[in-house]
Design a protein around this ligand. Structure first.
Ligand code: ATP
Ligand code: BTN
Length: 230
């Protein structure tokens, strides 16, 4: 990914550029600000100056399984943040946290053969609205990160991780991801149609969450569910 790159000062959402226009697979679109940055379920992604907001285009048929993609991409970003000396954790299924606050979110959207993967990383923001449990790498360490370098390093890792995912599937990542999962072994609430409380027991070979409840072991795939600590 990243052989062809488009860097915009501002746009609605980098996701839309890749969805609405025709670009080669692997194209990366970056924006310094987004006025309609979004997360899952149409939630708003706060996209002020200072953050790193990018999307890239993959081809669905290159992958045997797409459900674990948010986890795998999140893991790639986590490795980059780890390389900078932080101790990030993955919050199933699409977020990276440091010190209990969100620093990155991953959004996967598909239309037919096009898979558009969006990544928002809080890099140099100096503050967030108080209702967001968010922080930036700058706020954590008082250091400014060069956006272009950070992006290129992240893309290099994502390239490698996605190649391995293509060739070997999710199983290859499961042990490493499990080691960095927030709430693993703890009581959590899974919000699907209705909230379900249980112990976050494990993730399976498809990246689905296994929840130990009074009714037995329940499985949630990465579809329309959110996870909270309890
Ligand atoms: P969460 O558990 O954090 O709500 P989720 O995965 O259930 O995450 P998403 O739709 O993936 O929900 O994430 C969008 C949410 O992330 C928004 O509702 C908001 O609370 C939060 N958010 C928005 N912008 C940012 C940002 N720049 N950094 C961190 N968090 C943000
Ligand atoms: C989430 O946590 O729900 C995912 C947030 C994804 C945000 C990124 S920023 C770049 C791309 N463009 C968007 O509008 N969203 C993604």
């Amino acid at each position: 990914i990243g052989d062809f790159m488009l860097w915009l000062e501002e746009t609605g959402s980098t996701q839309n550029i890749l969805k609405e226009f025709s670009f080669p697979y692997g194209t990366v679109v970056v924006a310094n600000r987004q006025w309609e940055g979004r997360g899952r379920f149409g939630r708003k992604w706060h996209s002020e100056e200072g953050g790193l907001y990018f999307s890239f285009l993959l081809r669905a048929e290159d992958f045997k399984e797409l459900l674990p993609l948010p986890l795998v991409v999140g893991y790639g970003v986590l490795l980059q943040i780890e390389r900078k000396g932080f101790k990030p954790m993955l919050k199933w299924v699409n977020d990276v946290y440091v010190s209990g606050k969100k620093v990155c979110g991953v959004l996967v959207e598909r239309s037919k053969e096009k898979v558009v993967v969006g990544v928002g990383i809080n890099l140099n923001q100096k503050e967030f609205p108080s209702d967001l449990m968010a922080t930036s790498l700058y706020m954590l360490r008082n250091e400014v990160f060069e956006k272009k370098d950070f992006l290129l390093e992240t893309l290099e890792i994502l390239d490698r991780v996605l190649e391995e995912f293509k060739n070997f599937g999710f199983e290859k990542f499961r042990p490493a991801i499990r080691q960095r999962l927030m709430f693993l072994g703890e009581e959590v609430v899974v919000y699907s149609q209705e909230p379900v409380v249980g112990i976050f027991e494990d993730i399976d070979q498809e990246g689905s969450l296994l929840l130990r409840t009074a009714q037995g072991l329940l499985k949630f795939n990465a579809g329309k569910v959110s996870l909270r600590g309890s």
